[in-house]
Design a protein around this ligand. Structure first.
Ligand code: THU
Length: 130
Protein backbone atom coordinates (compact mmCIF):
# COMPACT_ATOMS: atom_id res chain seq x y z
CA UNK A 1 0.00 0.00 0.00
CA UNK A 2 1.28 3.50 -0.81
CA UNK A 3 1.96 6.02 1.96
CA UNK A 4 -1.01 8.02 0.69
CA UNK A 5 -3.29 4.98 0.82
CA UNK A 6 -2.14 4.22 4.38
CA UNK A 7 -2.78 7.82 5.47
CA UNK A 8 -6.18 7.94 3.79
CA UNK A 9 -7.23 4.63 5.37
CA UNK A 10 -6.08 5.41 8.92
CA UNK A 11 -7.63 8.90 8.77
CA UNK A 12 -11.04 7.28 9.15
CA UNK A 13 -10.09 6.37 12.74
CA UNK A 14 -9.33 9.94 13.81
CA UNK A 15 -11.01 10.93 17.08
CA UNK A 16 -12.32 14.40 16.29
CA UNK A 17 -15.57 15.06 18.17
CA UNK A 18 -14.66 18.73 18.66
CA UNK A 19 -13.24 19.91 15.34
CA UNK A 20 -14.72 17.29 13.03
CA UNK A 21 -11.47 17.61 11.07
CA UNK A 22 -9.95 14.18 10.50
CA UNK A 23 -6.24 13.98 9.67
CA UNK A 24 -4.23 10.88 8.75
CA UNK A 25 -0.45 10.59 8.64
CA UNK A 26 1.88 7.87 7.39
CA UNK A 27 5.63 7.62 7.84
CA UNK A 28 8.11 5.48 5.91
CA UNK A 29 11.39 4.87 7.72
CA UNK A 30 14.86 4.03 6.46
CA UNK A 31 14.23 0.44 7.57
CA UNK A 32 11.38 0.22 5.05
CA UNK A 33 8.68 0.04 7.70
CA UNK A 34 5.58 2.23 7.79
CA UNK A 35 3.76 3.80 10.72
CA UNK A 36 0.44 5.60 10.82
CA UNK A 37 -1.28 8.07 13.10
CA UNK A 38 -4.46 10.11 13.46
CA UNK A 39 -5.39 13.19 15.40
CA UNK A 40 -6.83 12.35 18.80
CA UNK A 41 -8.79 15.19 20.37
CA UNK A 42 -9.83 15.56 24.01
CA UNK A 43 -12.62 17.34 25.84
CA UNK A 44 -9.83 19.33 27.48
CA UNK A 45 -9.00 20.83 24.08
CA UNK A 46 -5.26 21.55 24.50
CA UNK A 47 -4.66 17.88 25.27
CA UNK A 48 -5.39 16.80 21.71
CA UNK A 49 -2.61 15.39 19.57
CA UNK A 50 -1.97 15.69 15.83
CA UNK A 51 -1.87 12.83 13.35
CA UNK A 52 1.85 13.39 12.73
CA UNK A 53 2.57 13.11 16.46
CA UNK A 54 0.66 9.82 16.60
CA UNK A 55 2.62 8.35 13.71
CA UNK A 56 5.90 9.48 15.26
CA UNK A 57 4.93 7.93 18.60
CA UNK A 58 4.11 4.60 16.90
CA UNK A 59 7.44 4.70 15.07
CA UNK A 60 9.48 5.38 18.21
CA UNK A 61 7.56 2.78 20.21
CA UNK A 62 8.61 0.22 17.60
CA UNK A 63 12.26 1.18 18.00
CA UNK A 64 12.46 3.03 14.68
CA UNK A 65 13.81 6.58 14.53
CA UNK A 66 14.92 7.52 11.01
CA UNK A 67 12.18 8.97 8.81
CA UNK A 68 12.61 8.77 5.05
CA UNK A 69 9.21 10.04 3.86
CA UNK A 70 5.94 11.41 5.25
CA UNK A 71 2.39 11.75 3.92
CA UNK A 72 -0.35 13.79 5.61
CA UNK A 73 -3.94 13.92 4.39
CA UNK A 74 -7.14 15.70 5.35
CA UNK A 75 -10.43 16.67 3.74
CA UNK A 76 -9.28 20.25 3.27
CA UNK A 77 -9.73 22.64 0.34
CA UNK A 78 -5.97 22.82 -0.08
CA UNK A 79 -3.34 20.32 1.17
CA UNK A 80 -3.06 20.33 4.95
CA UNK A 81 0.28 21.50 6.32
CA UNK A 82 1.75 20.28 9.62
CA UNK A 83 1.40 22.68 12.54
CA UNK A 84 4.51 24.33 13.94
CA UNK A 85 4.91 21.82 16.74
CA UNK A 86 4.68 18.89 14.34
CA UNK A 87 7.28 20.46 12.06
CA UNK A 88 9.69 20.42 15.00
CA UNK A 89 8.68 16.84 15.88
CA UNK A 90 9.28 15.69 12.29
CA UNK A 91 12.65 17.48 12.21
CA UNK A 92 13.74 15.51 15.29
CA UNK A 93 13.72 12.27 13.27
CA UNK A 94 14.43 13.55 9.75
CA UNK A 95 17.28 14.86 7.69
CA UNK A 96 16.50 18.22 6.14
CA UNK A 97 15.82 16.67 2.71
CA UNK A 98 13.05 14.32 3.88
CA UNK A 99 9.97 14.77 1.70
CA UNK A 100 6.66 15.60 3.36
CA UNK A 101 3.71 15.26 0.99
CA UNK A 102 0.51 16.98 2.02
CA UNK A 103 -2.68 15.92 0.32
CA UNK A 104 -6.38 16.53 0.09
CA UNK A 105 -8.90 13.73 -0.10
CA UNK A 106 -9.59 14.67 -3.72
CA UNK A 107 -5.95 14.12 -4.63
CA UNK A 108 -4.39 17.57 -4.72
CA UNK A 109 -0.84 17.35 -3.38
CA UNK A 110 2.03 19.60 -2.34
CA UNK A 111 5.43 18.19 -1.42
CA UNK A 112 7.97 20.07 0.68
CA UNK A 113 11.20 19.11 2.41
CA UNK A 114 11.51 19.19 6.19
CA UNK A 115 13.93 22.07 5.69
CA UNK A 116 11.35 24.01 3.68
CA UNK A 117 8.75 23.39 6.38
CA UNK A 118 11.04 24.49 9.19
CA UNK A 119 13.94 26.64 8.00
CA UNK A 120 16.37 27.44 10.77
CA UNK A 121 15.20 24.50 12.86
CA UNK A 122 16.59 24.22 16.37
CA UNK A 123 18.74 21.06 16.38
CA UNK A 124 21.22 19.34 18.67
CA UNK A 125 23.96 21.17 16.73
CA UNK A 126 22.97 24.30 18.66
CA UNK A 127 23.70 22.50 21.92
CA UNK A 128 27.11 21.19 20.90
CA UNK A 129 28.90 23.49 23.38
CA UNK A 130 27.01 22.00 26.32
N1 THU B 1 -4.21 18.56 12.87
C1 THU B 1 -3.41 17.48 12.63
O1 THU B 1 -3.63 16.40 13.18
N2 THU B 1 -2.37 17.64 11.78
C2 THU B 1 -2.11 18.76 11.05
O2 THU B 1 -1.18 18.77 10.26
C3 THU B 1 -2.96 19.95 11.23
C4 THU B 1 -3.98 19.87 12.30
C5 THU B 1 -5.39 18.37 13.73
C6 THU B 1 -5.34 18.95 15.11
C7 THU B 1 -6.81 19.05 15.44
O3 THU B 1 -7.26 17.80 15.94
C8 THU B 1 -7.48 19.30 14.11
O4 THU B 1 -6.53 18.93 13.12
C9 THU B 1 -7.91 20.74 13.88
O5 THU B 1 -6.87 21.61 14.17
Amino acid sequence: MSLRALAVAVRENAHVPYSGFKVGAAILTKTGKTYVGVNVENVAYPEGTCAEAGAIAAMVASGDTEISEVYVVADSPTPVTPCGGCRQKLAEFSTSDVKVTMGTLTGEEIAMSVHDLLPGAFTNHHMSNV
